[in-house]
Design a protein around this ligand. Sequence first.
Ligand SMILES: [Fe+2]
Length: 558
Amino acid sequence: MQALQARCAGLPVGGRRSPPPAAAGGTAHPAAATVRCSAASSTQKAAPSSSSSSSSSSSTPASWPSAEARRAGYGSSPREPALSVPAHVTGRLPAWLRGKYIRNGPGELSEMEHMFDGYGMLLGFDIDGKNNSITGSRRFVESEAWKHYSATGKMRWREFATAPKYASLGERLADIVNTLLGTLGLSEAVTDNASVNVFPLQDGSAVAMTETVQGTYRVDLSSLQTLGRVQYRGDKIVGDLTTAHPQPMPNGDLVNLVSTVGVGFHVYRHPAAAFEQRQLIAKVPHRRPLAPAWVHDFPATQNYAVIPEMPLYFNVGKLLFGGRSDAVFMDWAPQDRTTLHVVDLRDGSRRSYKAPACFVFHWANAWESEDGRYLHIDACLYDDPEICNDLYLDPLRAEYAPGRVPGRAYLRRATIDLQAADGSEVPGGWQPLVPDEVCPPFDFPKVSPLKRGQPYRYVWGACSVRPTSAHNSVGKWDTQAGTVQIWNEPGGLIGEPIYVPAPDAAAEDEGAVLVVVVEAGGASSLVCLDGATLQEQARARLPWQITIGFHGCFVSAA
Ligand SMILES: [Fe+2]
């Protein structure tokens, strides 16, 4: 393990709670670097040493984000909207790349405790590869939570890990009651801060989402203006806790779920042409009716959705009255292991299978074997949910200090035999798709949109060159060759990479990777990488500071 880390010099892949690697050299070099890591190879090229901020000490590893990058990336963006501001483009965009990249994420974190707490801000890039130009836009999602905070400077509702500062006992009690009723699906008085994801609909608008049904807003793709809260009518789908990762189906439908204390999961479909008209597919009871497991994302194919009921449970008492548990306000009970509920989207039937305990934010892909017998689900899989604690803002903003290395995810696959009996064990559990020793800590996995729900080879994702838990690199996993390529932004931070296949691409990786970067000096840029080589092709610098965000999408102009 240590030898492999040394061979990927400058790009230590790190290990769970192992001591951090020795500091790399500190020559200032603004250029990003790529390196290929392979368990079998000993010819990896060392990456150049990264730049360091002026405040970094000589013992700070070169991969640690600079003070300027942390200040910008975990800070706040300007509150006033900006529309179609020209970015300064260096390099050459692919001429075929034309469209809009839009992403959501926290734009205001100043009073928050955790990365998941900030108020949602949309960031849009209009890309014209033919003319090698990019304009940038930004606008906060006009949720009730944001409007209240921006007008009063006070939080209206609890966010993921930050509670309002109550002015009176009455305010505190009212918040407790509303939160309790919200978990039961009986109150709309929960946060509507749509800060996690944004995706397009067939009518040309888009939807910004968080993990409450209340926080589902239509937005205009061009102006980024908030058009209004999505109102579901006429269905029996009870509950307010949902995922911000609805799964696209080949016909344009979306599949998602809500989870309600005392009720369970409801799996439903949004018809492509009628997002507001949800159609119930199946109900799945919780293992612990009063403590639902957290489901942030789930894998799905055209025929199946898998609800991963992992042993990370909402502690409703902590949620109501405050206080930390194993992971923020949630309890970790690995003895319960993981239950994979496979819902047949055609008829709503279900079988459930057992797998080892794990924690997953995001699933890379899911696909069925040619004969339809096996269902493969691929994940950024953590051994435990400690990463949730790593994402508190204090450790993210901190200067480097030797010590514990934060949590990490590996690329893992479970293969479910769909003919196996209900309740049976998944054979082999979670299997690595590349050797663990070359798999850098990563998340935000992306496959080509042309390969969603299909057999595939490549995964792109945001990864961490240790010892930081922050994402500072883009990785490309080759699941056939068992290798990983890495592009590193020295001293900086990056967001979720998006893969855009080239028109009429002959190869799965013939395309571009778009990624938002906070540079070591604090400047904000959109970087375009070659999908095959991860070589940087172009960089568009914005004239304002951005925070590191979450999820987005590319909408082609073609
Ligand atoms: Fe997510």
